[in-house]
Ligand binder design. Structure first.
Ligand code: 6R9
Length: 657
C-alpha cells in the first residue's frame, strides 16, 4: 500500500455531513472533552484511574510492564476477581434487586434475572465446577445458544480463575473439536438443543460427534455439562461417567461461594478467530486490563447511566462483541440489559422493535449488516413501533456505509440519537476508535478518532504518516490495557501475525486499511485484503459497496476484486435489491455502474454487477468475500463451513455463470 503510486481515488465520503452532539446530550454526557486532555497529559496515569473504577483486592504497583514487548503486563501485582466486579459488588452496593438481564427466548419465553439471582446462579455453578476438580488456569469450552446459563458459566469460570473458550453454537462439530483439542478443555458446557428459526435442533449431538469415542476420543474432556433447553431430542445420547445434567448438579449446589482474588494477568478467556489461512488462532485475554477497558468504554462510549438505561447488544456470545458488550462491559457497570436468544425475523421482522418497545431499550448496539437487512425489510416495520426510549445507537463489525448510517439515525434513532461507530477487533478486546457521543462530531461512515488513552495512526509502507485522503495501514502504536496477550500455545505466530509488519517501530498492525479526511477524521476501509487494485488505482471494496447502496434500488452490496488479465483486478459486485424493486436487467445494471462512476470515479465502475437473492455471511455477519471471489473467478468453492446458510451459493452460482 505504498503511497508512491500517487493519487488515491476521490470519494464521496469527504463531502459527507457532520453531526455535532446536541447541547442536551452533551450536557448530560458521562465523558467530556477533558477526557482527551487528561489522557494526553499522562496516559498511564489515566489508565490507572480507569482501573481504580474496579474493586481490587490488592492494589497494583505498576501500571504497565512492556519490558518483554509485545507480551504486555497491565496493572502489575494487582489482584481482583472479575466475577465479583461484575456481580457481587452491585449486590453489596444495595442494587441486588436491579434486573441484570431481561432474557428473551426465541419461542417467546422470557426471564428477568436480578443481580442477586445472578449471584446465586454464578455461585452455584462455581461450587459445582470446584467440586469436579477444576482449578485456576484450567480451560472450559462453552458451546451454547444465548441462554442465561451461558453467561452464568462464563462468570463462574471467571470467579474461579478458569479460562473459558466460547465456541459459537452454530459452528460444526469439527470446529468445536479443534478448539477443544487446542485448548485441552476439561469441561464442555452445552445444551440438549437450540432453537433455530423457530424450530428446535439438536446441539448435544454435535458435542458427541466432536468429542468422539474410543481411540478418537478428545482426551482432555472429563465432563460434559448439559443445560436442558429444547427438551426435544428423542435420540439424545448419554455417555455415563462423562455427561451430567445442569439440573442435577449446578442447580443442586450451594448458592454461597467465597471467591478468591487472582492476579491481574490471570487468563480470562480464549476466543478463536479464523484468519484467511491456517488453523484458527486462540486469542488470549487476561483479567485486570481487559475488565478495565471494557468497563471504561461501556461507560463512556455508550454513555451508560446506571439504574436508568436499558442496554441491548445484538451480538452472540460466540463473538468478541458478545464477550465485551453483552457480558463483561455491561455487568461490570451494573447495567440492565436485554439478551435475546433468536434471529431478528422469528417469528417475524417485528421482533427487535417489539423488544425495544417492551423493555424500553435506550442504548442499542448492532452490526451494519443488520441495519441493511432492516432497510431491505422496509421502514414500515420499525415505524409501527414506539422506539422513543432509544437515546443512543451503536454500530460494530464492519465499515458502515453512510447510507445505512443515515437510515439508522433517521428511522431507528428518530433523527436525534447520536451514533457511535465503534472500531475494534477480537484482538483489541474492547472499543478503540469511536466518537465520544457528547463530545465528538460524527460523520456517517467514519469511526472518527481513537478514544482517550488509545493511540492509533495511519502509515504507509515505510511507516511514515500518510497525508489526508491517502490510504494507509491502520496501526496501534502504543499498548492498551485490553490488548490480546498472545495466541494460545503459539508465541511465534502472535509475533509474526501482529508485530512483524512494523517490527522496527514495535507497532501492532491491525490488518485494516484506513485514511484520514481533511478534518483528520479516521475512515476505516476494511481489511487490507479487501482493498482492490484496478489498473494501479487503489479502491476499497467498502467504498464501491457504499456507492451501490446509495442507489435507491439496492438493499445490500458485496464487492470483490477478481483477477483480470488487463487491469490486475476487475471489480465484481453482487447486489440484493430492495423489496418491491423491479429488476430491469441491463437498464438497472447500467444505472448502478453509473452510480459508482458518479460517487467515486469512472475507474471504480464494476466490471460486472450480479443481482442475487442473498449474500454468503459468516455467523458474525461478515460477508465472505473470499467465496464470492471463487464464484467470480470461476473456481470451485473453498471452505463454506462457517457460513450461516451454505445453500445461498446455489442461487448465486445459477445467476453468476
Ligand atoms: C469487534 C469485531 C474485526 C474486524 C476489524 C475490521 C472490522 C469492526 C468496525 C470494522 C470498520 C468498524 N470492523 N468494527 N471496520 N468500522 N466500526 O468486529 O471484531 O470479529 O475480530 O473483527 O472487523 O476489519 O479488523 P472481529
Amino acid at each position: 500500500m505504498s503511497s508512491s503510486t500517487g493519487q488515491s481515488v476521490p470519494t464521496s465520503h469527504e463531502a459527507g455531513q457532520s453531526f455535532p452532539p446536541s447541547r442536551d446530550f452533551a450536557d448530560q454526557a458521562n465523558a467530556g472533552a477533558e477526557l482527551y486532555t487528561r489522557a494526553d497529559a499522562d496516559r498511564l496515569e489515566f489508565w490507572a484511574e480507569q482501573a481504580r473504577a474496579l474493586d481490587w483486592d490488592t492494589d497494583f504497583t505498576d501500571v504497565l510492564d512492556w519490558s518483554n514487548a509485545p507480551f504486555a503486563k497491565w496493572f502489575v501485582g494487582g489482584k481482583l476477581n472479575v466475577a465479583v466486579n461484575c456481580v457481587d459488588r452491585h449486590v453489596a452496593a444495595g442494587n441486588g434487586d436491579r434486573v441484570a438481564i431481561h432474557w428473551v427466548g426465541e419461542p417467546g419465553d422470557h426471564r428477568d434475572i436480578t443481580y442477586s439471582q445472578l449471584l446465586g446462579d454464578v455461585s452455584r455453578a462455581a461450587n459445582y465446577f470446584d467440586s469436579i476438580g477444576l482449578r485456576p488456569g484450567d480451560r472450559v469450552a462453552i458451546y451454547m445458544p444465548m441462554v442465561p446459563e451461558a453467561i452464568v458459566t462464563m462468570l463462574a469460570c471467571a470467579r474461579l480463575g478458569l479460562t473459558h473458550s466460547v465456541v459459537f453454537a452454530g459452528f460444526s462439530s469439527t470446529a468445536l473439536r479443534s478448539r477443544v483439542d487446542d485448548a485441552e478443555a476439561k469441561l464442555v458446557v452445552t445444551t440438549d438443543g437450540q432453537y433455530r428459526r423457530g424450530k428446535p435442533a439438536p446441539l448435544k449431538a454435535n458435542v458427541d460427534e466432536a468429542l468422539g469415542t474410543g481411540d478418537d476420543a478428545a482426551v482432555s474432556v472429563q465432563t460434559v455439562l448439559v443445560v436442558r433447553r429444547t427438551n426435544h431430542d428423542p435420540e439424545l445420547n448419554w455417555v455415563s461417567g462423562r455427561d451430567v445434567w445442569w439440573d442435577d448438579t449446578v442447580a443442586e449446589a450451594s448458592d454461597h461461594h467465597e471467591p478468591d482474588a487472582f492476579d491481574s494477568e490471570q487468563p480470562l478467556f480464549l476466543l478463536y478467530t479464523s484468519g484467511t489461512t491456517g488453523k484458527p488462532k486462540g486469542i488470549l485475554h487476561t483479567s485486570g486490563g481487559y475488565l478495565t477497558q471494557v468497563r471504561y468504554t461501556f461507560h463512556n462510549v455508550f454513555d451508560h447511566k446506571e439504574g436508568r438505561d436499558v442496554f441491548w447488544c445484538g451480538a452472540d456470545i460466540g463473538w468478541v462483541t458478545g464477550h465485551s458488550y453483552l457480558v463483561y462491559g455491561p455487568l461490570s457497570n451494573g447495567a440492565t440489559e436485554v439478551v435475546y436468544e433468536g434471529t431478528p425475523n422469528s417469528p417475524n421482522e417485528h421482533r427487535h422493535f417489539e423488544i425495544i418497545e417492551r423493555y424500553g431499550v435506550s442504548i442499542y448496539y448492532i452490526a451494519p449488516t443488520l441495519i441493511r437487512t432492516f432497510m431491505k425489510w422496509g421502514r414500515e416495520i420499525p415505524d409501527a413501533h414506539d422506539l422513543s426510549s432509544l437515546r443512543l445507537l451503536g454500530s460494530v463489525g464492519e465499515p458502515i456505509n453512510p447510507e445505512a448510517w443515515r437510515w439508522y439515525r433517521e428511522v431507528i434513532g428518530h433523527d436525534s440519537c447520536p451514533i457511535v461507530d465503534t472500531w475494534w477487533q477480537t484482538e483489541t478486546g474492547a472499543i478503540m476508535i469511536s466518537p465520544l457521543p457528547g463530545v465528538t462530531d460524527a460523520k456517517p461512515g467514519s469511526a472518527m478518532r481513537p478514544l482517550p488513552g488509545i493511540s492509533a495512526t495511519i502509515v504507509d509502507d515505510d511507516a511514515a504518516p500518510v497525508a489526508a485522503g491517502e490510504q494507509g495501514y491502520l496501526v496501534l502504536d502504543k499498548p492498551w490495557p485490553s490488548m490480546l496477550r498472545g495466541i494460545w500455545g503459539d508465541d511465534q505466530r502472535f509475533i509474526d501475525t501482529y508485530w512483524s509488519r512494523f517490527a522496527d517501530q514495535g507497532w501492532y498492525f491491525a490488518g485494516d486499511g484506513a485514511r484520514y479526511d481533511d478534518d483528520h477524521a479516521l475512515w476505516v476501509l476494511g481489511r487490507i485484503d479487501d482493498v482492490m487494485n484496478v489498473s494501479g488505482h487503489r479502491i476499497s471494496t467498502s467504498e464501491v459497496e457504499s456507492a451501490l447502496v446509495n442507489h435507491h434500488s439496492v438493499a445490500e452490496a458485496a464487492v470483490i476484486g477478481a483477477a483480470d488479465a488487463t487491469t490486475g483486478q476487475g471489480i465484481v459486485a453482487f447486489v440484493i435489491l430492495r423489496g418491491g424493486v423491479e429488476d430491469t436487467g441491463d437498464t438497472l445494471i447500467a444505472e448502478l455502474r453509473d452510480q459508482v462512476a458518479k460517487d467515486i470515479s469512472p475507474i471504480a465502475k464494476p466490471r460486472e454487477v450480479l443481482v442475487v437473492p442473498e449474500l454468503p455471511k459468516t455467523r458474525s455477519g461478515k460477508i465472505m468475500r473470499r467465496l464470492l471471489k471463487d464464484v467470480a473467478e470461476g473456481r470451485e468453492l473453498g471452505d463454506t463451513s462457517t457460513l450461516v446458510d451454505p445453500t445461498v451459493f446455489e442461487e448465486i452460482r445459477l445467476r453468476g455463470n
